[in-house]
Write a protein that binds this ligand. Structure first.
Ligand code: NAP
Length: 293
């Protein structure tokens, strides 16, 4: 059996077009241009790259982006004061604080300072709490897990009553992914570094979301025939044959798992492009929330 490929690049491109149309419609009707503030503290080169690509994606759909760079020596108070200023800035409808913050800064306090209505990353504890509570809706859902759900829907997954396994329990991916699946009435098992019999647990899954950060950990015999497999992992592995000396692989051994899965995301080109597309969608939503205030 060969799995259907879930093309995140294509689905994300469609979403971005939708956002671009939404932004244009707003601007044509005289409403403010949606604005995203990107806060970068320190000089982590991966973070710089992420922020650059998020700002470029904003420009492509007509969202205005504002970059704020603070040195790694910035104090907790300075970072929180910047966030408070952005909370009060009417041009800004979404605030993104690029993680990880440099050592010594408390990311929990910084994320708590982001106004709920501008929390486009969906990391504020109140938004996460609402995601987990029956009958409550968060203002924003974290971008990566929200993107995973769109990919599953597009691939035709049925959630109600399905056995879903989420590998990983991080605040930004695993935990919210599990909450989203529960919200769609799947029966959810969350695995982590202390889980026993991991292959056996994963083999029960109709839907498997892998977010562990371990290159190609999920093997063919971990996957139920016909399962939907979403690979969130982005891992660099050495590849002397390539120009850069490395290549990117996911948490799933793609070549072997595609032989048993029903549908699978590639890495790159699966979840990655969806994360940015969902951020754009959330920023447009932030502007709509501001209209209603
Ligand atoms: P994280 O914060 O490091 O969390 C990893 C999770 O995996 C933890 O819950 C950990 O368990 C679990 N884990 C680690 N090793 C394990 C093992 N051997 N067996 C079972 N569970 C294990 O990572 P993250 O931020 O969620 O990211 C996960 C991966 O997704 C990374 O490769 C990251 O680069 C990628 N990512 C991609 C995107 C995207 O846009 N595509 C976005 C975010 C992250 P414990 O809790 O017990 O430690």
């Amino acid at each position: 059996m060969t799995a259907a490929l879930i093309d995140g690049k294509l689905i994300a491109a469609r979403l971005r077009e939708e956002v671009a149309r939404g932004v244009k419609a707003r601007v044509d009707s005289g409403k403010p241009i949606p604005g995203l503030a990107a806060v970068l503290v320190g000089e982590n080169s991966a973070s710089q790259t992420y922020v650059r690509s998020k700002r470029k994606a904003c420009a492509e759909v007509g969202i205005e982006s504002f970059g704020f760079e603070l040195p790694a020596t910035a104090s907790q108070l300075e970072v929180e004061e910047l966030v408070m200023r952005l909370n009060a800035d009417s041009r800004v409808h979404g605030i993104l604080v690029q993680l990880p913050l440099p050592e010594g800064l408390d990311d929990e306090r910084v994320l708590n300072a982001v106004g709920l209505e501008k929390d486009v990353d969906g990391f504020h504890p109140v938004n996460i709490g609402r995601l987990g509570m029956k009958g409550r809706a968060p203002l924003f859902v974290p971008c990566t897990p929200a993107g995973c759900m769109v990919l599953l829907e597009e691939a035709g997954a049925k959630f109600e009553g399905a056995d879903a396994v989420v590998l990983g329990r991080s605040n930004i991916v695993g935990l919210p992914a599990a909450l989203l699946l529960i919200g769609r009435s799947a029966t959810v098992t969350v695995c982590h570094s202390r889980t026993r019999n991991l292959p056996e647990v994963c083999r029960q899954a109709d839907i498997l979301i892998a977010a562990v950060g371990r290159p190609e950990m999920v093997k063919r015999d971990w996957v139920k025939p016909g399962a939907f497999v979403i690979d969130v992992g982005i891992n660099r592995v050495e590849d002397p044959g390539s120009k850069s000396g490395y290549r990117l692989v996911g948490d799933v051994a793609f070549d072997e798992v595609k032989e048993v899965a029903g549908a699978i995301t590639p890495v790159p080109g699966g979840v990655g492009p969806m994360t940015i597309a969902m951020l754009l969608k959330n920023t447009l939503h932030g502007a709509e929330l501001a209209d209603a205030r």
